[in-house]
Design a protein around this ligand. Sequence first.
Ligand SMILES: Cc1cc2nc3c(=O)[nH]c(=O)nc-3n(C[C@H](O)[C@H](O)[C@H](O)COP(=O)(O)OP(=O)(O)OC[C@H]3O[C@@H](n4cnc5c(N)ncnc54)[C@H](O)[C@@H]3O)c2cc1C
Length: 441
Amino acid sequence: MATPAPEQPPPGQEAKKLHFVIVGGSLGGLAAGIALTALGHDATILERNAAPVLQDQGAGIVAGGDTLAFFARYDRTGRPLAVRSARRQYLDRRGAVVHAVDVAQSMTSWDLAYHLLRANFDGLASAYCPAPPAPAPPGRGRATHLHDRRVTRFEEEAGGGVRAFWRTAAGAEGSTLGDVLVGADGPSSTVRALLEPAVARTYAGYCALRGTLPEAAASAATRAALCERFTFFHGPGVQCLAYLIPGRAGAVEPGRRLINFVCYANFPAGSPELARVLTGRDGRRRQVTMPPGMTDPGAWEEQRAWARAALPPPLAEVVCGAERPFVQAVTDVLSPRNEYLGGKVVLLGDALAGFRPHTVASTSQAAFDAMLYADYVAGRVSRDEWIRQTLGFARYIQRRGVDMGERSQHQDLPLEEYIRDRDVASTPREQEVFPDWATAI
Ligand SMILES: Cc1cc2nc3c(=O)[nH]c(=O)nc-3n(C[C@H](O)[C@H](O)[C@H](O)COP(=O)(O)OP(=O)(O)OC[C@H]3O[C@@H](n4cnc5c(N)ncnc54)[C@H](O)[C@@H]3O)c2cc1C
């Protein structure tokens, strides 16, 4: 595979070397760091996690057009990112295929995407990429990844730039000065909360029950029903989907992949059912995510019983067979702006807009935001174009996710309606026409 060369700004628009301080070292922060260092600027990621490498959630993500475009543009590892599905299908409660359409889709795992981005950003070697590319070849900026740095606040410096103040798990305090602060710190963003204290992250009234089953551990009938397929089931208050993702250390070969499932089920806010599913084996109540391996065995047994009663047999089998299931409360959040302090602070990815998962667009948003921001920094797109495109995507897809979720969880519609919603959500971003309310700045 050809090694992408460092990107050069258009002639006459060579900018001074900048230092970007990026808060958050998940997919969005890493994507921004890669895109900006490829332009020759320096980037420092401040990640709050106390461990040097983030723990994976053991689950899949759909690799949408912008995610694939990002890897095509910046990846220097040459490792395969995704597995493909050739067909989208809908099952009825008995497991019969009631609708199918041939559409190609690429799916990856969070951990594979994360490790490939780390390999590209700061040369982290891992089982996913044992021989990463050189971190800083000529023309690239310096890439620094600092873990155990929880950013608590920032200040504009009198002499220019922005200083991010952080604290370690042991209580040590320090700060990092940059020309621009990029908030890639997720849906509960601290950077956004400091700028937009009125913006709240709210619970949508349902949770995603998630997990994986090795394809080799599934029955022959379930493998035949689900492999190479992107499968959906809709029932009253229930949506369940399953698709293949890369397996251990990013293996994409048949037999070594995982069947990934996501089931959306209603748990009313404040209900004892919600408290039960979000209280772990350690007795601690989580607000948003019950990590893999922490679900309470009794509470998960109830979900297995529910799956057997409510889902088609192949989907019930993968739910019941998952070894490390996890639960995510579905939430909504949207920032009104992505640029602050005259461009010295920028929000991207989930910090800008936390989408409902039905949109399958969160990782693509992070990739798109990073690429377009780098194009703006390089002088390839205007400030207005960058803001309009970024906010248009954020606002429009965020609204779409709310609509899709409300329809699938709270309205018992004919299957055709859900199929139409899915088809609309599969529109490539370049073909989307964002309405004026979405792109207004
Ligand atoms: C550990 C992890 C596992 C995930 N697993 C999956 C998955 O399996 N499937 C899936 O579809 N999506 C998963 N996601 C979500 C997915 O990565 C995002 O929706 C999407 O890629 C956009 O990411 P983001 O970088 O904008 O935000 P996020 O992925 O939410 O990342 C935000 C990052 O900022 C860090 N952070 C937050 N506050 C601070 C602070 N004050 N100071 C410093 N750092 C801070 C967080 O620790 C986190 O690493 C996961 C996210 C994380 C963090």
